[in-house]
Design a protein around this ligand. Structure first.
Ligand code: SAM
Length: 280
């Protein structure tokens, strides 16, 4: 495919405050032949504010293949297409994956226009470790499935970031306190860049109480962040890992024993090796 092949731009838009619109985003939306949007009526307000007159067409991940194909046909015809979502960065808990995937597979250039994203903004101001984190998006809505998802994250050592609906936030914080322990630090980041922006850090059980006590905290758009679990110390190896290591160490040098025990138990090789040194 030649370099002059049409472009698909993936354009981030504000998550609340229109002043956060990136100049390049406005330029790209203005000059594109077509803008694909999650909700064209919603995006019309953004367009009016910035005097953008480019035609808008609806696109969401439930869009049938036909609609995706129609956008790809526009690219094929040499048109420049831009994708936006209702707010923030497309594809981040928002539609666009299928379109991007197919566009790339067919040799079109896909160009991101970076800008607002709720979880990045929340993480940047939360005061929780941000060197390593995991973005979990929305938890399942049903309590049992949510509990299970949280259980699976109980030993996650990275900061965890979630999107949550306001009417579920109090129950979700209770479920998090049950799964991660009441003392685990967490942050609610609400209405970022808007009039009632709130960023509040407390241990999970207290945060749940704080949110329940004030119905205002159960309104608007919400990111939840939870500090990761303390990494397991090698001296706290579980019984099975210790048993395997004891058996192997009777026959093998520590390094070899740790390597094989890691294969058997799935426990980190270094943790096993350190344990063998500490136990002497
Ligand atoms: N693509 C968007 C992004 O880049 O962040 C996210 C879209 S997702 C459908 C919407 C969720 O993002 C909301 O339910 C909320 O969890 C979070 N969110 C969006 N705007 C927010 C804001 N201003 N403050 C806090 N959370 C926000």
């Amino acid at each position: 495919m030649g370099p002059d092949k049409a472009l698909l731009y993936i354009v981030a838009t504000p998550i609340g405050n229109l002043a956060d619109m990136v100049p390049r985003a406005a330029e790209v939306l203005q000059s594109a032949d077509l803008v694909a949007a999650e909700d064209t009526r919603h995006s019309q307000r953004l367009f009016s504010h910035f005097n953008i007159e480019t035609p808008l067409v609806a696109y969401h991940d439930h869009s049938d293949d036909q609609r995706t194909e129609r956008l790809l046909a526009e690219l094929e015809a040499g048109k420049t297409v831009a994708l936006i979502s209702d707010a923030g960065t497309p594809l981040i808990s928002d539609p666009g994956y299928r379109l991007v995937r197919l566009a790339r597979e067919r040799g079109f250039r896909v160009v991101p226009i970076p800008g607002p994203c709720a979880f990045v903004a929340a993480l940047s101001a939360a005061g929780l470790p941000s060197d390593r984190f995991t973005f979990e998006g929305f938890l399942p809505a049903k309590p049992l499935a949510r509990e299970k998802a949280l259980q699976n994250l109980a030993s996650e050592v990275r900061t965890m970031v979630f999107y949550e609906a306001p009417h579920r936030v109090a129950d979700t914080l209770d479920a998090m306190a049950a799964a991660f322990g009441p003392e685990r630090e967490a942050v609610i980041a609400r209405e970022i860049s808007k009039a009632f922006e709130t960023i509040h850090l407390l241990p999970l059980a207290q945060l749940a109480d704080w949110v329940r006590a004030d119905s205002n905290q159960q309104r608007g758009e919400i990111v939840l962040l939870v500090r990761g679990a303390e990494p397991q110390k090698s001296s706290e190896l579980d019984a099975e890992a210790r048993r395997v290591m004891e058996l192997l160490l009777a026959e093998l040098p520590p390094k070899r024993a740790a390597a094989i025990a890691a294969e058997i138990t799935g426990v980190n090789k270094k943790a096993l090796y350190n344990w063998s040194l500490e136990r002497k």
